[in-house]
Design a protein around this ligand. Sequence first.
Ligand code: NAD
Length: 298
Amino acid sequence: MANIAFIGLGNMGGPMAANLIQSGHKVTVFDLSESAMSTLVEQGAQQANTAADAVKHADVVVSMLPAGKHVESLYLDDSNGLKHVMGAGTLVIDSSTIDSATAQRVGKYLNAAGFGFVDAPVSGGVAGAAAGTLTFIVGGCHNHFEQAKPILENMGKNIFHAGEVGAGQVAKICNNMLLSVLMAGTSEALQLAIDNGLDPAVMSDIMLQSSGRNWTLELYNPCPDVMPNVPSSNDYKGGFMVDLMRKDLGLAMETSLQSQSTTPMGALAQSLFSFHSANGHGQKDFSSIFEMFSKNKS
Ligand code: NAD
């Protein structure tokens, strides 16, 4: 069992750290929020007063922070002093969703100081974090990936090695860009069918057995009351928020700019989800993009 420092105990990090405790690891936690730390202490974690205190005796450091600037300031800001207190060979796993360039900068800096680093963003949301069924998409060298894998298996079900440091972040945002396009396209097709007198449940069945078949129709139908137990049948509550999809689409567009890729579908999806958020729907599940097509009809 390992000594693990866990930094960032929000909606995702809290349950992920709890799963590490459940698996028998000694987990020391740090978050800017006292109450987030107390919840984990009740579950058996040790509380640290600073990030540097948390990582002092750690074999592995896991971070789950909101954005690139938080990850950068945690690891690259010398005043935090992390690199001066971490033991030689400590492995850092950053599971935050951030831009690949920042992940590479952090990796290079930590590697040069003698530490291991992988970026390991996740797919699976808050429910997956609680159930320990997340998918981890890892970027890093073979050795660091192999070191990280048994730890990640305590929090997730599928662990992929996408490539070198930063590749995990690229793979994650490519997947989410495609998902946003599929969700918007499926919503548009379903509403076109409804406008022409078809039952959306029948139309969904037809597309599921035809060439339009995709993940949203199989597991996450955006039209209310076609499928039970999905956000669309629960007022678009729960699931994956529009504002988190906007964040990932922003990262996808930044990446596309850097690699001079052609991503018109991603750019359009970014505009649609931004407009939807600006209309007050940022906290709803992302399948609520369906309302953009259906509400305009009433
Ligand atoms: P969150 O806002 O709920 O939690 C972030 C936590 O980090 C907060 O508790 C905050 O206090 C803490 N924090 C911020 N700066 C800190 C610092 N310098 N030191 C210590 N703690 C600090 O966010 P979340 O929903 O848990 O998401 C975390 C990451 O996971 C994000 O990058 C997000 O894009 C990604 N993600 C989220 C979901 C989801 O469904 N929520 C799904 C996949 C990926």
